[in-house]
Write a protein that binds this ligand. Structure first.
Ligand SMILES: NC(=O)c1ccc[n+]([C@@H]2O[C@H](COP(=O)([O-])OP(=O)(O)OC[C@H]3O[C@@H](n4cnc5c(N)ncnc54)[C@H](O)[C@@H]3O)[C@@H](O)[C@H]2O)c1
Length: 365
């Protein structure tokens, strides 16, 4: 039997019960994958990963799936630029050549890039097949693997083509973090602290108190941070599967962050790094409005700095550059940029009345 230390359930409210799915968190879970109920009947599998992750974890997963099962392996090159239609077509091509049918299960082994594109491939294959997420970066474990947003990039913008397609299960093997570079770990930690800021003041305080254990990757503390992050994301998604309202609070720091990513060229700043800086800007605006104490902004900045994350924007990013880039963001509603601010620590709200002066003061520090 697969033995997670933590199991969470993503309950999709008002929707058929079979759309709910488990998130399993623990050590050594990849090796026990075959025992997952979703895989118990030897269903054929299309297993997608990339060239960095394959030498590390592919054989572990392959062995766990057993000799009897038909498994099609697709190993893509690494990189955000692989999150494109050609990769999805490659997955479909291989799946069709190997005669996969509607009972087959797609499995994504990797970070958010592999997860997003494999989920999208599963959403479209034969009008939708089941898929399982095996996230191997901290960011994908706490964010992209949970929530059912799948998709690819388009030359005109990131994540513009996609589908909501919920996984059948998310299996987080904590052992995979051992090989994750520090910079990627830190980028994931930005999303972790985001959950505390927007939803859970107690979790925020806990993170602040455990910053050095987290930076030192203490296994127990990291496991707890992942479980609490997934649980918050699951709760938010359960209330708003398709981003009609509440889910938008997950974009805290992202409006400013996307502007930085776009202006600096995707990849030069990691997504989590840009979000870290974006959260500081949004928190400063919230503090100037008197909604959160200055101490909260200081604690957030210190926490992010402990992971080597940036807390001020690059010099090239003037207020006008920010404003122009944000006006083009796909999350602009009816011509107005919407910002996620903190009405209090743990309570995020959407506003569209942030002024140029507020942004100028916040980016100045
Ligand atoms: N679907 C969603 O809701 C959602 C949410 C947030 C982000 N995203 C997407 O996720 C993507 C970013 O995900 P990411 O940060 O995981 O990036 P990624 O998938 O590119 O992984 C980062 C790097 O780490 C490598 N890697 C992965 N696991 C490893 C491991 N265990 N050991 C060593 N190296 C490993 C990868 O090969 C890659 O080089 C973006 O495309 C973003 O748009 C999606």
């Amino acid at each position: 039997m697969i033995k997670p230390v933590r199991t969470l359930e993503v309950e999709l409210r008002g929707i058929a019960e079979d759309r709910s799915y488990p998130i399993l968190i623990g050590q050594g879970l990849l090796a026990d994958l075959g025992a997952l109920p979703e895989l118990a009947d030897d269903a054929p599998v299309v297993l997608v990963t990339n060239e960095t992750i394959a030498p590390l974890y592919l054989s572990r997963v392959r062995d766990a799936l057993g000799q009897q099962r038909r498994v099609t392996e697709v190993v893509l090159p690494d990189g955000e630029d692989q999150k494109q239609l050609a990769s999805v077509e490659q997955v479909w091509q291989r799946a069709l050549e190997d005669r996969h049918e509607r009972g087959s299960i797609f499995i994504a082994l990797g970070g958010g890039v592999v997860g997003d594109l494999t989920g999208f491939a599963a959403a479209g294959f034969l009008r939708g097949v089941r898929f399982i997420q095996l996230p191997t970066t901290l960011l994908s474990q706490v964010d992209s693997s949970v929530g059912g947003k799948t998709g690819i990039n388009h030359p005109l913008g990131k994540n513009l083509i996609g589908a909501f397609h919920q996984p059948s299960a998310v299996v987080i093997d904590l052992d995979t973090l051992a090989s994750l570079p520090d910079r990627e770990f830190a980028a994931g930690m930005a999303e972790v602290v985001k959950y505390g800021c927007i939803y859970a003041p107690d979790f925020y305080s806990w993170l602040m108190a455990n910053a050095s254990e987290l930076a030192g990757r203490d296994q127990t503390v990291v496991a707890e941070a992942i479980a609490r992050s997934c649980s918050i994301k699951a709760r938010v998604v359960a209330q708003d599967e398709r981003e009609g309202g509440l889910r938008a609070i997950l974009n805290f720091g992202h409006t400013f962050g996307h502007a930085i990513e776009k202006e600096m060229g995707y990849g030069s700043w990691l997504h989590g790094e840009a979000v870290a800086c974006g959260m500081v800007i949004a928190a400063r605006i919230s503090a100037r409005r008197g909604w959160v104490p200055d101490d909260t902004v200081t604690a957030l900045t210190d926490f992010l700095t402990a992971f080597g994350l940036p807390t001020s924007p690059p010099e090239a990013m003037s207020v006008d550059v920010f404003l122009e880039a944000m006006a083009l963001d796909k999350k602009v509603a009816a011509g107005k940029v919407r910002y996620v601010l903190l009405r209090a620590l743990g309570t995020a709200i959407l506003v569209d009345d942030v002024t140029r002066d507020e942004i100028a003061l916040a980016i100045a520090g």
